[in-house]
Structure formats: structure tokens, C-alpha cells
Write a protein that binds this ligand. Sequence first.
Ligand SMILES: NC(=O)c1ccc[n+]([C@@H]2O[C@H](COP(=O)([O-])OP(=O)(O)OC[C@H]3O[C@@H](n4cnc5c(N)ncnc54)[C@H](O)[C@@H]3O)[C@@H](O)[C@H]2O)c1
Ligand SMILES: [Zn+2]
Length: 692
Amino acid sequence: MAVMTITDAVIADNAGYAQAVETAVKAAAAYYGGGDSALDDDAYDRLIRAITAWETDHPEQIVPGSPTGKVAGGVGQGDVPHTQPMLSLDNVFSLEQFTAWAASLERRIGRPVQAWSVEPKLDGLAIAARYRDGRLVQLITRGNGTAGEDVSHAIGTLNGLPGQLAEPVTVEVRGEVLMTSVQFETALAVRAQHGGEPFANPRNAAAGTLRARDRAYRLEMTFFGYGCLPLPTTDTELAERLTGSSHSEVMACIVGWGVQTAAATDVPGRTVTSVLAVQDRVEELAGLRADLSFGIDGIVIKADLAADRQAAGSGSRAPRWAIAWKLPAVEKITRLLDVEWNVGRTGIIAPRAVLEPVEIDGSVITYATLHNPADITRRDLRIGDQVMVYKAGDIIPRIEAPVAHLRTGAEQPIVFPETCPQCGSGIDASEQRWRCERGRDCHLVASVSYAVGRDQLDIEGLGLTRVVQLTDAGLISDFADLFSLTRDALLGLERMGPTSADNLLAAIEQAKARPLSRVLCALGVRGTGRSMSRRVARHFATMEAVRAADADAMQQVDGIGIEKAPVIVAELAQLAPVIDKLIAAGVNTTEPGATPLAGNGAAHTAEAAGPLHGMTVVVTGAMTGPLEQLGRNQMNELIEQAGGRSSSSVSKRTSLLVAGEGAGAKRAKAEDLGIRIVSPGEFAELIADLLP
Ligand SMILES: NC(=O)c1ccc[n+]([C@@H]2O[C@H](COP(=O)([O-])OP(=O)(O)OC[C@H]3O[C@@H](n4cnc5c(N)ncnc54)[C@H](O)[C@@H]3O)[C@@H](O)[C@H]2O)c1
Ligand SMILES: [Zn+2]
């Protein structure tokens, strides 16, 4: 199990100390008060460790408001006195630390601890529930440990804490209030309906909900008991039974009365008799953490026997007979940079959050799942939000919710797609999970639409609707099948008359003559867009040479590195059936202007002699004259055929700017940098040989 390794911030001087105390107190007040803390637990704990370190070295400078050594950082409030203090817990982070703590406890009580009770440390907030004659009469928060707030208004909203016990006993049950993930999602939805800000995480939602008095809505929470003690009016026999029994016996007793405990979960408390057995159980619980429907932030280990607990006693902040073995933090705050919409194999359109990289439990997280669009709406998520991200074990990281109070006003709404982001078809939004109307054919429609696009094979008359029609009719299973479409097959399609069919066939026929670079681009090899396809085509000159290239040969192409090369080679191999079909259909397999070299397979291109040899050329503004009809991609093709390199941004390395009408910022920048600027007309003369 991971030991905490993150180095803590170091406080440099007294002013830094004062600042740290202020930050920590503010965070704790928000944390325990049900507001949003600006810090995640990990950041808070590191701050506290830094403050503690400073105070150890400068005991004379400790300020009275310091959060260290106090229950709830000293910020808890309330006017209902506790019968016995409700304390914090001391922490350990490793087996060594736990062993040392256990040894010191055994030294203190003067005998070995015979039994340890090992329970999950539920990540919610502590509450005392007072029962009189079996009826739940009062709920009190932990507050400052000595007195808490009366939150009896929450009676009836806590699953697992019955209004009436099975026996008419007078007792105080203590336990944790939290929200399960289902309760949290419901809370977010209800809150959004009422125009409230989202809760940052389940713990925050529980804290806020427990203390809220006059909300127009009620939210359900969950209670797990982990302690029980007598009240002053408890009858003597029961009082003695409670104080004289082992912790595990008391737990069994409250379960019998109808109170829910961790025994009802996948992580029940266990009693074990050795430190090593404690460690085993801790590891087991840690392994189960990711799959739980509620948060745990550690494991609580208690001396089970009443005699051991009494002998150990308590300090002012924490009992000496119990310890929290903390697990690594699985929740961090980071920024939501963007939302991507990915289409899965079956056409499911799933949003995915792009995050400012953040380290959680040893791995760097850059993406998080958002499941479905309703998830986003429920959370009122916005681009730029600070968000609480959760990642435990092997689960996919998820965004719990935004930390709404950290908003600056610069956050932007998340734009939902109106058509399928992969193929452009309609979206079926009737269910929670959106789906492309093409379902499993989405990828086919997308890849064919891409292949026939203007910058690839440029087949006129093959818009999305036609591609969908051909796909739905089962006439194509990849874009190469287009070249074997028959007139009869086309005529069988709806809204396809003889003229349209002939036009389409003619357009397809024309596409067979496209240069190799266009054909390569149409294949849609990952990581190779238009300009990379041109470079590959010019380098190898023929499809045969491209296919014969291994990773080493592929790496000779300008811009293809050691990582990309094998990926391209592998993808081309996978596309072999499609390429074979293209060749069989008579599609052109050569690049004009490039001639293949024997030997190393690299082509000898005309570029050495080209008029733009060695130049980096940028095009901006509207083209006129002989270049008027050319799109950017075609301009770039020309530049590269002329031996130059095309680029989209002006920098010191730019050799030439072709500035058409309406050229603005790029022109100004080129002027600043003293770069040569030509008009479209001048440029056309420069490359006149290459123009048709
Ligand atoms: N993010 C913030 O700004 C911020 C501010 C303050 C505190 N915190 C976090 O709160 C924690 C410390 O606060 P704390 O004193 O509330 O908790 P603690 O870690 O000292 O533990 C004591 C609490 O554990 C809970 N608990 C859960 N399961 C239990 C079990 N089986 N038996 C007994 N107790 C159990 C009880 O509520 C009890 O009050 C730290 O981890 C800190 O990161 C965060
Ligand atoms: Zn689609």
C-alpha cells in the first residue's frame, strides 16, 4: 500500500505561518459548515502538516486560532453539550506507523491488546443520535467536540437511522452521515431543479444538507452507526452493559435494535487479534474501496475490549484507543478545460472531460468520464470550472461536481453536439445515453464521408445523405467499394434517377485519377492528415513503395518520428484489403512530380529543383487571379509540389507570406519580422509551371 510521499509545503516565516493558519481555518469552516472548501483533503492535510512543523520549531509563536490539536480545526460550533466529547482521530499512514502506535498503546495500558476492531472510515460527518425510550428525539453534530448543533430537523431523512428502535432503550448512537453515489446524483438533480448551486462532492452535500433548515426540498442521506453510549437517564443495567462490553458486542447490539452499521455493507467491521491480521484486513478494505457506493478515506482501528479502552483513555483531540489508518487521497480539485464527444463502436456518444493534469494516488489524470449529457446538466458544469475529480483503484476517473464557489464568472457553458460528432448524422437523444442514429454504421459513414471529402478524393454528389443511403442499402463496407458500384445498384436507391446515377458514376471515375497523397489521406490513417499524407506520398512516390516501407523507412519521412512510424506502418497493413480493392479498381497509385528511386525505396522528387525549394510558406487572406479557385489545402499542395513547406502560422522561420485580400494579423506579423510578402498574382508567377 502506498505511503504518503508527497512532500509538504514548508512555511518560511511568521507571515507565512499566519497566512497558512488563516487559509486552513477558512477551509475547515467551509468543510464542516457545509460550504465548499477551496482545498481538497490532500491539500488541507498538507497545509496542516506544514503548520504543525512550523509550530514544533516555533512553539512561542503559536497563535490561539491555530487549527492544530483541535477537534474540527477549532471551527466547529454548537450549543448542545455532548455527554462525552466527540473527538477526532489520530492518523497513521503505513504498517510501520501503525505498529509503532499499537506498541505505544500497549505500553500505556501495560499489556497486549487482545482484540482489534477494524472498520471502514466512512467519509461523511459525525452525528450523535439520542433515543429516549426507543424513540429518536435529537440529532447533534460533532461541533467543536464538546458541544454541537441541534440538527433534529433532519430526523426522517437518514436511511439506516430508525425513528423507533426495536427496544425502548434510552441511548446515544453515534455514527456517520453520508450520501451514497445514488443519493448524491439525486441531490444534484433536485438541487438543479430548485436553481441551487451544485454540491462539490457527496461529503459536502451531506454536510450542507444536514445543517440546512429551510430548504424547499428534502434530500435523503445514509447513516452508519459506529458507537453507542448511555445517556444520563439510561437505566443502570443497560449503561453498565454498554460501557462494559467490547466494541464489537456494542455494534451487534445496535444492529439488533435496528440501527444500520458497516455490517450491512461490503466492508463490514471485523475483530482480529494481531497487528498483522489488522494489516491484512486494511489491505482487503483498501482493495474494496473503488467499488463501494460511498466514500471511505481510511480504516479505523479500535481496541475492542472495554477494559483496554478505559485504560487508554483520551486526549483532548483524539482517543488513545483508536487510530485512523489513512488511505491515499482519491479526490482532487483541478480545472475542467474542455469536453470532448466521443462516439463508441456501437454509436454511443459519450462526453469526456479534459482536465488540467492532476496527480491522484500516483497517476496523472487528464481525462474523466461524464457518462452522459444529463450528468453535465445535473451538475451545471461549465468549461473553466474547478472540479472535484475522483479516482480510486482501476476505475475510470470521474468528475463529482464543480466547486461552484470558486467560479470567477469567466466559465463558459458546455456546448452539446447537435449532430453526431463522428459522422454528422442525427442524434437519438431519447435515452440518457445519446446515440448516433447510424448506430454501428456510424464509423463507416464517417470514414466514407471523410474519404470522399473535398480534400481527399473530392467526389461530387456524395453528400452525407447519399453515403448513409449506400451504407443502409449494404452497398459499401468501405470507401473502396465505391469504385465497384454499378449503375443498376445505384438505380435501386430512392431518389436516384438515371441522370444522378450517371453523374455520380462519372464523379467516382474521375476520382480514380487523384494523386497518391489524396488517396493516402482518404485512407484516414491515424496521425496522418493532409500535409503528412503529402509528405509520405512525395517521399515514396508510389503506393507500392509506401506499403513496402517498414518503420525505419517510414521514419525517414520528414515529421514522422520514432513513435508514429510503427503506428502508421501497422495501420497501413491493417488497411491492406481496402488498398488492394483500390488498386484492383484502377485507382491511381502514384504521386505526380515524384519518381521512385531503387534501393532505399525513397523517391527522388522534383522538389530539389522546385521554385520554393527550402522555403516555408504561409498563405493568408483571399486568393485571386489564377489562384482564385484554390482552397487552403490545394494551396498547400502546390507549395509542397514546388519543393516548399506549408505552414499555417507566421514565425521567424517563415520564408514567404502569400497575402491575399483581407490579410490581417499574419501580414502585420510578417511585416514586423521583415518576412518577404507577395500577392497571389506574384505567387502564381513564381509557381507558374505547376499551375494547370
Ligand atoms: N478539505 C478541507 O478543506 C478540509 C478541512 C478540514 C478537514 N478536512 C479533512 O477532515 C479530516 C480530519 O477531520 P475530522 O476530525 O473530521 O476527521 P478525522 O480524520 O479526525 O476522523 C474522525 C472522524 O472520523 C469519522 N469516522 C468515520 N468512520 C468512523 C468509524 N468507523 N469510527 C469512528 N469514527 C469514524 C467520524 O466522523 C469522526 O468524527 C482530514 O482528513 C481533512 O483532510 C478537510
Ligand atoms: Zn455517427
